[in-house]
Design a protein around this ligand. Structure first.
Ligand SMILES: NC(=O)c1ccc[n+]([C@@H]2O[C@H](COP(=O)([O-])OP(=O)(O)OC[C@H]3O[C@@H](n4cnc5c(N)ncnc54)[C@H](OP(=O)(O)O)[C@@H]3O)[C@@H](O)[C@H]2O)c1
Length: 316
C-alpha cells in the first residue's frame, strides 16, 4: 500500500507462491507483472531491472531473498526478523560491503511519534539517570490477531519462523529500546513457556538484560494475552509509564513533572491516523533518492536478531 501511494514509486512486479494471491494483489495495486511459485522471487529478481526489492515473506525466506537482491544491486526493505542465524547475518553483511545499497529493516514502530517524545524526555535528562526500563508487548498471536494471506501456519513451524514470540515481537521492543537508550550490553536471562499455542517454540517470554550505560532492561512478550503494549522507564529523578494501546496513556511521578513541557506534550498526545508502514516506505524511498542510509538500517535489523539469538542461547 505504501509503495502504491508514493508518487515517486512505480510497482512493476510481484512474486508470490500462490498464483491467485499474486493476481489478486496485482489487480488491487495495478502491478503489471506477476510471478507465481516457490522460487518466483528468484525469477522476478533475475528478469526485472528492479530498484527496490521489498521482502514480506515468511521469516526463513528473508535472508535468501536479501542475498539475491544484493547480488542484483537492488535497494532492500526487509521485514523483521531480517535473518534467522548469525551465519545468515554475516553473509548479508559481507555481501553489502562495497555496495551502494540502501537497506531498511521494517521496524515500523519507530514511526510512531510517541517514541520521539519519549526520546526527548530521555535526551533532556528529565528523569535523571535511567536505571531501568520494562517493555511489555502482547496480543492473541498470529492467525487470531490478524488474518494471514497465506494458508499455511508457518509462524508455528520452527524451521520457517526460526523462533517464537520473542523473534516476532521482541525484535520490535529491543529496536525501540536501542533507539531510546543506546546499545544493549548483555542478555542475562530468559524464561518462557508454550502455554496457548500448539507449537514447539515459546508463546510467552521474558528476557532480562543490561544496556552499555548500565540501565537494566526487561522485555516481556506474549502471543497469549489481550492486546497490550506498555513501556515503563525509571530514572533517578522520576518515572514515566506509557500505555501505547490504552486510554490512560501516561502516568508519571513525581507530580511536579506535570509542569515539564515535554511531559505536557506527552499527556496531550493523540495517535496519528497515518500508517506507520507508509511513513517508513516514504522514508526509505526518500533515502534512495538522496542516497542517504538512515535508520532503521541493516545494523538495526542485525542487532535485534542478535539480541534474540543471545537470549535463545540461554534457553535450557
Ligand atoms: N513489521 C511488522 O510490524 C510486521 C507485521 C506483520 C508481519 N510482519 C512480517 O512480515 C512477514 C510476513 O508475515 P505475514 O503475517 O504477512 O505472513 P503471511 O500472511 O503468511 O504472508 C506471507 C506471504 O509470503 C508469501 N510467500 C510464502 N512463500 C513464498 C515463496 N516461496 N515465494 C514467494 N512468496 C511466498 C505468501 O504467498 P502465498 O499466499 O501466495 O502463499 C504470502 O503472500 C513476516 O516476516 C512477519 O514477521 C511484520
Amino acid at each position: 500500500m505504501g509503495y502504491a501511494k508514493n508518487p515517486d514509486c512505480e510497482l512493476v512486479a510481484i512474486a508470490s507462491r500462490t498464483e491467485e494471491h499474486a493476481k489478486a494483489a496485482s489487480e488491487k495495486f495495478h502491478v503489471p507483472k506477476v510471478y507465481a511459485g516457490n522460487s518466483s522471487w528468484e525469477k522476478m529478481i533475475d528478469e526485472q531491472e528492479l530498484d527496490i526489492v521489498s521482502i514480506c515473506t515468511p521469516n526463513y525466506l528473508h535472508a535468501p531473498i536479501v542475498l539475491k537482491a544484493i547480488e542484483n544491486d537492488c535497494n532492500i526493505l526487509c521485514e523483521k526478523p531480517i535473518a534467522l542465524s548469525r551465519e545468515e547475518l554475516s553473509q548479508i553483511e559481507e555481501k553489502l560491503k562495497n555496495k551502494n545499497i540502501i537497506f531498511f529493516t521494517s521496524f515500523n514502530k519507530r514511526y510512531n511519534p510517541i517514541f520521539r517524545l519519549i526520546k526527548s524526555i530521555l535526551d533532556e535528562d528529565i528523569l535523571g539517570k535511567i536505571t531501568s526500563v520494562r517493555y511489555f508487548f502482547s496480543h492473541y498471536g498470529p492467525y487470531k490477531s490478524w488474518e494471514a494471506i497465506s494458508e499455511e501456519k508457518w509462524f508455528f513451524d520452527s524451521k520457517k519462523a526460526g523462533g517464537g514470540v520473542l523473534l516476532d515481537l521482541g525484535v520490535h521492543c529491543i529496536d525501540i529500546l536501542r533507539y531510546l537508550l543506546g546499545e544493549y550490553d548483555i542478555v542475562n536471562g530468559i524464561n518462557f513457556n508454550t502455554s496457548c499455542i500448539n507449537m514447539q517454540e515459546e508463546d510467552n517470554c521474558n528476557v532480562l538484560f543490561r544496556f552499555k550505560n548500565d540501565t537494566l532492561g526487561l522485555i516481556s512478550v506474549s502471543w497469549c494475552n489481550e492486546p497490550s503494549e506498555t513501556l515503563d522507564i525509571f530514572g533517578t529523578r522520576g518515572f514515566i509509564k506509557v500505555d501505547m494501546s490504552g486510554r490512560n496513556r501516561l502516568s508519571f511521578g513525581p507530580k511536579s513533572l506535570k509542569r515539564n513541557k515535554v511531559i505536557k506534550r506527552l499527556l496531550k498526545f493523540k495517535p496519528s491516523k497515518e500508517s506507520a508502514q507508509n511513513k517508513l516506505i516514504d522514508h526509505f524511498i526518500n533515502c534512495i533518492q538522496t542516497k542517504k542510509q538512515e535508520s532503521p538500517n541493516f545494523e538495526d535489523g542485525k542487532k535485534a536478531v542478535e539480541f534474540v539469538l543471545d537470549a535463545y542461547s540461554l534457553k535450557i
